[in-house]
Design a binder for this molecule. Structure first.
Ligand SMILES: Cc1cc2nc3c(=O)[nH]c(=O)nc-3n(C[C@H](O)[C@H](O)[C@H](O)COP(=O)(O)OP(=O)(O)OC[C@H]3O[C@@H](n4cnc5c(N)ncnc54)[C@H](O)[C@@H]3O)c2cc1C
Length: 393
């Protein structure tokens, strides 16, 4: 038996569930397929820039997200070799924007908040259901999937592929994923360590070609995210064996840490050759993948979401022609390739690869000037807002 909906979303990561929520709230019949048995818990996005928070409010998840996570304004650049600290704060945005802070919250928690709201709206979510094939004609898309009960078939007017960087949807429609893969492996760890006792800001970018790291507070239980990078040719199985030696140097005070969770990642700067193929659209990591320095990956996925669910709802309900989806595909792809991806590569270079002392000094001098000048701070914080696309309908 084939199950039909207006829209089928493949992949229940944060981008998939939030698109589903946006569509369902506009009365579109939507269904979600997820390969894993539950929302994936691996340690990934946890910092949401101020600029994406109004979109979370429009989707009705901001209040609970703020209750579950916490708001934070302070940032620190810490130069590992010299101990120099450059501190700055988002408080200069107060009175200028609705949410003058960043939100810290695990991406699985954000997805779970949205999932609970989908359940209240009666949206079917099929866990343990992995897309294995996709065909389309002029009026619909047919998807085959492997489920715990065997093979199943779904049909829909439109499909959104939000199935991550290795997207099976993207592959099924013959789109390529163009760009490069970095030589380094990023290792994201959730650890218990008393960074605050060592004066660390709740978001610290530790600048160093060997001991560079992004260190951010996850919650009040003493849990912190520490992401470092290492040569990708080192064996992946022995990542945890190397950790004590790395952390002895990388952590302030070189003390004992408690490892709660970790995950190694390959890092890319890649974009799909198009974000639309007929009745199939891509969003989030399925459409574009970046290294995570500066937190622009999910930020880009959220800004895709905020325009896509609105545009697709307008097409499904006959308020707009489908050319608006071409505009979505074009504008969002260009935004990633021309703006987000170069920004993320530059962030990575500065934090993890500042090997040239002259260039490092020039970079640091720019930051030293920025923290003394409110206008420069506002200009810098507006950077992520530039990744947003105004409504398309
Ligand atoms: C260490 C690290 C830290 C990061 N920190 C940040 C940050 O602070 N801020 C930020 O903005 N970004 C950050 N990112 C990036 C962020 O994690 C991603 O951009 C985000 O996960 C993208 O969400 P998504 O929903 O598009 O894809 P995903 O989260 O990858 O979700 C895809 C879903 O699709 C499912 N799926 C896959 N294949 C199939 C299939 N065939 N059928 C059905 N389902 C399928 C998967 O199981 C998964 O649940 C970070 C990334 C890493 C690695």
């Amino acid at each position: 038996m084939t199950v039909h909906s207006d829209v089928l979303i493949v992949g229940a990561g944060p981008v998939g569930v939030l698109n589903a929520l946006g569509l369902a709230r506009q009365g579109v019949s939507v269904r979600l397929l997820e390969a894993e048995p539950a929302i994936v818990q691996s340690p990934r996005a946890m910092v949401y820039h101020w600029s994406v928070l109004e979109g979370l409010e429009r989707l009705g998840v901001m209040e609970e997200a703020l209750r579950t996570g916490f708001a934070k304004q302070d940032y620190t650049y810490l130069v590992y070799a010299t101990g120099e600290r450059i501190d700055y704060s988002l408080d200069v945005l107060e009175g200028r924007v609705r949410y003058p802070f960043n939100l810290h919250l695990g991406q699985h928690q954000l997805a779970e908040i949205a999932l609970r709201q989908l359940a209240e709206l009666g949206v079917p979510v099929h866990f343990g259901t992995r897309l294995t094939g996709l065909t389309q004609d002029d009026s619909s898309v047919t998807v085959t999937a492997q489920t715990p009960e065997g093979e199943a078939t779904f049909s829909a007017g439109w499909v959104i592929g939000t199935d991550g960087a290795r997207s099976a949807v993207r592959e099924a429609v013959g789109l390529t994923f163009d760009g490069m893969t970095w030589d380094e492996r990023f290792v994201a760890t959730n650890i218990r360590y008393d960074f605050e006792a060592h004066g660390y800001g709740r978001s610290t970018m530790q600048v160093d070609p060997t001991y560079g790291a992004i260190i951010a507070k996850i919650d009040d239980s003493g849990l912190w995210r520490c992401t470092y990078c290492e040569d990708r040719s080192l064996p992946e199985e022995s990542v945890p064996d190397r950790m004590p030696e790395i952390f002895q140097k990388l952590l302030p005070g070189g003390g004992e840490f408690e490892l709660v969770q970790y995950s190694p990642y390959r890092m890319h700067q890649r974009a799909a050759s198009s974000m639309r193929a007929g009745r199939v659209l891509l969003a989030g990591d399925a459409a574009h993948a970046t290294n995570p320095t500066g937190g622009l990956g999910l930020t880009s996925g959220l800004f895709d979401t905020y325009v896509l669910y609105d545009a697709l709802a307008a097409v499904v309900t006959g308020r707009a022609g489908d050319e608006v989806l071409d505009r979505y595909a074009d504008v969002r792809r260009r935004m990633f390739v021309d703006v987000a991806s170069p920004m993320a590569s530059e962030n990575k270079r500065f934090v993890y690869h500042s090997t040239d002392p002259v260039r490092l000094e020039a970079d640091l001098e720019r930051l030293r000037l920025m923290v003394k000048d409110e206008r420069l701070q506002v200009e810098r914080f507006m950077g992520t807002k530039k990744l947003e696309t105004p409504p398309l309908v």
